[in-house]
Design a protein around this ligand. Structure first.
Ligand SMILES: C[S@@+](CC[C@H](N)C(=O)[O-])C[C@H]1O[C@@H](n2cnc3c(N)ncnc32)[C@H](O)[C@@H]1O
Length: 196
């Protein structure tokens, strides 16, 4: 997906809401009003749009080209090309269909954890019961995670809930050049900071 035009955000969000992609985000923010959010792999204001009844400050981490394009369309979003340059605190850290592209899961989770968010919410993550492994989407490295790697790298957080997200597995496996019988599960899940 390229950067979304402003007008397209609303319809994308409403379609994704029917699939339950943002259920955990909505649940985690129900008692919050002013929310500072980091969206890893975010592009546009989708997360702010999901939480349109709240006051949100949205920061996004993405690749340089995406940040450049985003800045021209979404002045209210602060874009970061490098995860190591983000602010030191956030209320919520999210990532939808993007954490598989992180250069290092360990480093990303260490940085997320150091920001002491109340919740870390992931959506549309492709997981395996086997060990975490790397495949490719085109020429882009794409990691398929075992959930234990998420849990082990977030010791200050508790995995509260995980739900299977409905996707077309056949299409995904073909994009990732995986055999049709490769066992995969697409999950939405969230972690709560043990200190709250
Ligand atoms: C499938 S899109 C998902 C976009 C958005 N999160 C959404 O829900 O529509 C994956 C995004 O991850 C971004 N991405 C790829 N590698 C990345 C990296 N190393 N760090 C941050 N973002 C990355 C891509 O540029 C792209 O915007």
């Amino acid at each position: 997906m390229g950067i979304l035009r402003r007008g397209a955000v609303k319809s994308v969000v409403s379609y994704r809401m029917t699939l339950g992609l943002y259920d955990h985000l909505i649940k985690c923010t129900k008692d919050l009003d002013d929310i500072k959010i980091l969206d890893f792999g975010g592009e546009a204001s989708t997360v702010s749009h999901v939480l349109k009844d709240k006051n949100t400050t949205l920061h996004v981490v993405n690749l340089p080209d995406v940040c450049k394009a985003g800045k021209t369309q979404y002045e209210e979003i602060k874009y970061f090309e490098d995860l190591r340059l983000i602010d030191t605190t956030y209320d919520i850290i999210t990532s939808y269909c993007s954490i598989m592209y992180a250069d290092s899961l360990e480093e990303a989770l260490e940085i997320f954890q150091a920001c002491s968010p109340k919740y870390i919410v992931f959506g549309n993550v492709i997981t395996t019961e086997e060990n975490t492994y790397m495949t490719e989407q085109g020429k882009t490295p794409y990691r398929i995670y075992n959930m234990k790697d998420m849990v082990e790298n977030l010791p200050n957080f508790e995995l509260v809930e995980q739900k299977e997200h409905s996707i077309n597995y056949q299409r995904l496996k073909s994009k990732l050049a995986l055999d049709e019988d490769t066992p995969l599960k697409c999950l939405n899940f969230y972690f709560r900071n043990k200190k709250i």
